[in-house]
Design a binder for this molecule. Structure first.
Ligand code: NAP
Length: 287
């Protein structure tokens, strides 16, 4: 059994049944969300993408993940169409870039994101990519000021390795970090080696980005996944997503601008993979 699964087996959270993950401060965050990197930028017609988002929301994918730099703000602008009527039930995540953090840069970036999104708070604000650890105290202080001003409810990081997480937690208030958003999918399991066990030990969920493998390495055509999907009455994509969420402290954020795909992805919330399924997937996608 891979180390990550062995650790998770000790967890009291029933694997596939978890629809939320718990942040260190006790806040519940949806276990399945919708990535929004390419939305509002013409990949699909805007109406179709809006329908995809609304479909996902209605099926329980109530976390939206965006960034101030996705499409130079166009992703956030696009989301304002849905947020206008649905803000209350959305867990909204956005990000700030490393080259924006100096001075009051985080506050300014956050204000610009809130304006584009048409809302007055984010549920979670992430530092998109690691920066020099000497800057961590300033970043944490800036995030904490935004939290005190109720512009953000929580903050976290993205693409941090274990060493960077250790450095962050040593900074005053660094332990308020809510999550780390990193790549995690059947065909990219490298974070199982150290980061996922570290986060579990620190009771910090991770957010799995590119959970279907990302645009260039999509796993949805894989024969094993299709076979398991047929056995569970769902798509290969739903099996792949159920796998990423199997241990109760991973939130997956697949992106789709196609309503039929969003429907397939939402089915992951009800797929319960058996130990035999997990063994089969370990064989097809070795840790
Ligand atoms: P992904 O979600 O693994 O894959 C997205 C691709 O899968 C799209 O081409 C989508 O096309 C397709 N797809 C979705 N559902 C499908 C289904 N049921 N069947 C077949 N194809 C399907 O990868 P990602 O877009 O790289 O990552 C997801 C989100 O993670 C992003 O939107 C972003 O929010 C976040 N992210 C964060 C970082 C970071 O550095 N923090 C980096 C990358 C991504 P259709 O639109 O046609 O469905």
């Amino acid at each position: 059994m891979p180390v990550w699964d062995a650790l998770a087996a000790e967890s009291s959270v029933p694997a596939a049944a978890a629809r939320t993950v718990t942040l260190p401060d006790g806040t519940r965050m949806p276990a399945l969300g919708q990535g929004c990197w390419h939305l509002g930028q013409g990949r699909h017609p805007a109406q179709v993408e809006e329908e995809a988002l609304r479909t996902g929301l209605s099926l329980g994918m109530t976390l939206l993940d965006t960034s101030g730099n996705y499409g130079s703000g166009r992703s956030e602008q696009f989301l304002s169409r849905v947020l206008a009527s649905e803000r209350g039930r959305i867990f909204l995540v956005s990000k700030v870039e490393g080259d924006e953090v100096a001075g009051d840069g985080i506050a300014r970036a956050c204000a610009a994101s809130l304006k584009r999104l048409g809302t007055d708070y984010l549920d979670l604000y992430l530092l998109h990519w690691p920066i020099a650890s000497a800057q961590f105290p300033h970043v944490v202080e800036s995030f904490e000021q935004l939290r005190a001003a109720k512009k953000i409810r929580a903050w976290g990081v993205s693409n941090f390795n274990v060493q960077q997480m250790e450095d962050l937690l040593r900074v005053p208030n660094g332990q308020r970090c809510a999550t780390n958003q990193v790549p995690y999918s059947l065909n990219n399991r490298r974070n199982e080696r150290d980061l996922l066990p570290w986060c579990r030990e620190h009771k910090m969920p991770i957010m799995a980005y590119s959970p279907l493998g990302g645009d260039h390495h999509l796993v949805v055509g894989d024969a094993t996944l299709k076979r398991l999907g047929a056995a569970h009455g769902c798509s290969a994509a739903a099996v792949a997503l159920a796998w990423t969420m199997r241990n109760g402290n991973v939130c997956a954020i697949p992106e789709s601008g196609a309503p039929e795909h969003t429907k397939e992805n939402a089915a992951a919330l009800t797929v319960s993979l058996t130990p035999e399924d997990l063994k089969t997937l370990d064989g097809a996608f070795p840790a």
